[in-house]
Design a protein around this ligand. Structure first.
Ligand code: ZN
Length: 858
């Protein structure tokens, strides 16, 4: 019986392989080059790297010579490079792409299909398998590996490989951040053979967001994220997503699924079952090939939705992460056995455990090792998705059906269109849901958006729209809880300051609401073009964009600010006003004159400090301020130290980073730090600090974001403020407070605002502020020539503090200030303890930063 069956399989595979070969003859008889042949060096060898242009040219050559490979351009990158994906399968499957995309789409949204129809689709469909590489640019191995793996799939005549290709369509993205791949290879080559070989770059490896490009997958702010999101949720609907990364060098050699705890409540457990199946296959194939150091249930949790494949879990997609130990880019390293360490979840000490049955003993580790591990897991992944093709395809449909059936068909998220403080941001939230492939309806009188929870992506909707309560998982009865991997809150309406509620809607109301096909923006323009001045009552984020655009165009902008009233921006008539108002979706009313006391605004010149130990917050702040049209320049250590800052800037911003980074250009890593090339060494030092003080004395405005406030507690500024969460004697906030007595890893907290302060003007009295650092300002009496203001403060009662996420030790924030300002003469200092523009996600508090900048220009 067994023998007969296996003979049959052989016969099928042989027939298949003849069929594939026959089709292949039609396209090309050309020789398919190996990556090493084509590029003229040994790919994967020590100290050799292919850059993005080389990788791209190799894939083009592969597509030209192999009928199993096609190239799809996903869009442009931030710096204008073509971002591409290889589509790899049998020629027959490639010829029928449209059919297989359609099947995948139907399985992702199987509403209206019978179970027989779903079974038939699962039988006829192919697994769409997405493999993404190198989102983190220094994790370079997978970008190099992708060429070898693609070559193997394009040329192999092994029946098993042909069977896998017949069952699947592989979508292979060699780099999710092409610009960063180029930066890292350039930097690596530049310092090859010097003492800086393989060291860190002194800037972010994405023009704006660096490593945080893998924190953007629910907010979709960056062009690369948008490109891939569109392909995944609007075109190909892959059932399985594998994302290959690298981790530190002193622990396990590779992490494979299952994930570590905790687990997100709303993700269908079938996702984890599929992921674990793939993890088992990966572990099996690695061990079989003699690879040691394989671990699962380690470090990477199943809770956070911000990274590539994770976001898909809530949309019924299987998705796994692998992390291979790093070398020094392409330079080999040696790890002493005494240097091997556990740490973090799942491996407290570096010992044999059931999730780590075969520890790596230490030794040499090189790029080639990384790529070999990655080739094995890529192969095991394709093996799994083809072997379990029908189950996986049916699984996606099962999960989508369950998402619909287990939800109350009347329960919706209701987002009013007009009754919003910031209608454009409300529209942006809806546009974001549409980008995610979520079904949004608009009611018959076009006043309300309804987002049904009973839809295939309904659990994603609840996750993103609702509040988070972090699960307190304890590995042992008397131990502390497992810490979150990243942040603990992502409630979009709260973060964006948009009114939305979850409620039951009458079936007739829901049925009469039509499905929204594309995002709808409030109509902008001038209600009447005949006016000397124009105004808008709302204090929306985009009003600042309009004010900046008009000032850049030479227009006049005024601000009228009266106690207990919403401040009013007033725009003088200008040829570009109507066009800009339309562009920013703002409707302006004419008014005949200026209100008494209206101040003319001068667009401030903003200097954004950029440290050489790259700061993500610097990148995000730059991204955000550019989006809103602020007049912005980076200022580096040399520029700060040179002084005379008032001649170039009205406002200087210190982004969220540590005092050591700003002052000395060092990261507090247990004493040892790697040196940068001399031109990037050091920080602003005492001279820079003195120059900042001088800048304020001469009327400048300094804004510090979160931990950057540490640099101004000392003698130089001598301000009546301290961080109440820093232990006595320590100046650094972050270092002084341990997570055992205080831990708020990125949560939304209730904060009250003094809306009569220029920085909080036009804001609501109560906001949800994003907090991820132990900072609570305690001010005291200033000298007579100084004013201090508490702009924002935490509630009196600790139980009122947490809004979404996780907060341990919140009582230490009670009645403490969350944002303060100091003025002396014309000089101003504004200190924000929370993250006003965290990862460009917290739209509800952007205005605090915008106001502070404008205040600096007054
Ligand atoms: Zn990574």
């Amino acid at each position: 019986m067994l023998k007969r069956r296996s003979l049959m399989i052989v016969a099928v595979v042989l027939a298949l392989s003849t069929q594939v070969k026959a089709q292949e003859k039609q396209k090309s008889a050309g020789h398919v080059p190996t990556p090493s042949e084509f590029l003229g060096f040994e790919v994967g060898a020590d100290r050799k790297l292919a850059d993005y242009k080389q990788i791209s040219s190799y894939f083009k050559a592969l597509a030209a010579s192999s009928p199993r490979v096609e190239i799809q351009v996903l869009g442009k990158t931030t710096l204008g490079e073509d971002m591409f994906m290889a589509v790899i399968s049998t020629p027959e499957n490639l010829a029928n792409k449209a059919k297989y995309k359609d099947i995948a789409h139907k399985l992702a949204d199987p509403r209206g299909l019978s179970s027989q129809q779903i079974d038939a689709l699962a039988r006829d469909g192919k697994t769409i398998f997405l493999l993404t590489c190198n989102i983190h640019s220094t994790e370079i191995g997978s970008s190099q590996m992708s060429m070898e793996w693609a070559y193997n799939l394009a040329t192999s005549q092994e029946p098993e490989i042909l069977r896998r290709l017949n069952d699947s369509i592989v979508l292979l993205i060699p780099s999710l951040n092409p610009d960063g791949e180029t930066m890292v290879t350039d930097w690596y080559r530049k310092y090859l053979g010097t003492k800086y070989e393989g060291g860190d770059m002194p800037y972010l490896y994405h023009h704006y967001v660096g490593h945080d490009d893998n924190r953007d997958w629910f907010m979709l702010t960056q062009i690369e994220t948008k490109n891939v999101n569109r392909m995944v949720y609007h075109e190909w609907f892959p059932q399985f997503w594998l994302d290959e990364h690298q981790m530190g060098e002193n622990g396990p050699r590779i992490y494979i699924p299952p994930n570590a705890d905790p687990v997100a409540k709303l993700v269908n457990p079938l996702v984890h079952r599929g992921n674990n199946l793939m993890g088992a296959a990966m572990g099996w194939r690695l061990e079989e090939a003699g690879k040691s150091g394989v671990i699962f249930g380690y470090s990477f949790d199943a809770y956070w939705p911000g990274g590539t494949r994770n976001t898909g879990w809530w949309k019924n997609m299987y998705g796994v992460l692998t992390e291979v130990a790093s070398a020094r880019i392409a330079t080999p390293i040696t790890v002493e056995s005494t240097e091997l360490q556990g740490g973090g979840k799942g491996l407290t000490t570096y010992e044999q455990q059931i999730n780590f049955p075969n520890p790596w003993p230490g030794g040499t580790w090189r790029l080639r090792d990384i790529m070999d591990y990655e080739l094995l897991v890529s192969g095991a992944a394709l093996e799994t998705v083809s072997k379990y093709r029908q189950e996986l395809l049916r699984g996606v449909a099962t999960m989508a059906t369950q998402a619909v059936q287990t939800a109350d068909p009347q329960v919706c998220w209701r987002i009013p269109i007009e009754d919003q403080r910031d209608p454009v941001t409300a529209a942006r939230l809806v546009a974001l849901l549409l980008e995610h492939g979520v079904e949004v309806r608009i009611n018959s009188d076009a006043k309300i958006y309804l987002v049904p929870t009973a839809q295939p992506y309904g659990r994603f909707v609840d996750e993103m729209m609702g509040v988070q309560r972090y699960p307190e998982v304890r590995p042992a009865a008397n131990s502390g809880i497992l810490e979150p991997y990243d942040v603990a809150a992502w409630s979009l309406p709260l973060m964006m300051g948009v009114k939305a509620e979850r409620l039951s809607i009458r079936p007739d109301q829901l049925n009469s609401a039509r499905i929204l096909k594309e995002a709808q923006w409030p109509e902008g323009g001038l209600t009447n073009a005949n006016g000397r001045y124009f105004t808008i009552a709302d204090h929306q984020n985009n009003v600042f964009a309009l004010a900046n655009a008009m000032q850049a165009a030479g227009g006049q902008v005024f601000l009228s600010q009266k106690p207990n009233e919403t401040p009013e921006f007033i725009f003088a008539a200008h040829a570009q006003l109507a066009g800009n108002a339309e562009k920013f979706h703002l409707q302006l009313q004419p008014r005949s004159d200026l209100p008494q006391g209206a101040t003319p605004l001068k667009q401030p010149r903003v200097g954004l400090y950029k440290p050489y130990i790259a700061s993500h917050d610097e990148g995000w702040t730059r991204f955000l301020l550019e989006q809103y049209g602020f007049k912005l320049k980076n200022i580096e250590n040399k520029g700060v130290k040179a002084g005379n800052l008032n001649s170039s800037y009205e406002v200087i911003i210190l982004p969220d980073t540590t005092k050591e980074v700003i002052m000395d250009g060092k990261e507090g890593r247990g004493g040892f730090f790697e040196e940068f090339p001399p031109e990037y060494a050091g920080g602003i030092g005492k001279d820079g600090l003195h120059a900042l003080r001088d800048f304020i004395d001469k009327g400048g405005t300094l804004i510090t974001l979160a931990n950057a406030s540490d640099v101004i507690y000392g003698e130089e500024f001598n301000l009546p403020v301290r961080n109440a969460l820093a232990s006595p004697g320590a100046s650094a906030g972050r270092a002084a407070t341990t997570t055992s007595d205080f831990n708020i890893p990125g949560s939304l907290l209730r904060v009250y605002l003094d809306t009569n302060h220029p920085v909080a003007a036009g804001m609501p009295h109560e906001i949800a502020a994003f907090v991820d650092s132990p900072i609570a300002f305690q001010t005291s009496q200033p000298p007579p020539d100084m004013q201090r203001s508490v702009i924002a403060w935490y509630p009196d009662d600790a139980k009122d503090i947490l809004v979404s996420g996780y907060a341990h030790g919140a009582e230490r924030l009670q009645r403490k200030a969350a944002a303060v300002s100091f003025t002396s003469g014309k000089g101003k200092i504004v200190m924000f303890g929370f993250r006003v523009q965290h990862r460009a996600q917290t739209e509800g508090t952007f205005q605090l930063l915008f106001n502070a900048i404008f205040w600096g220009g007054m």
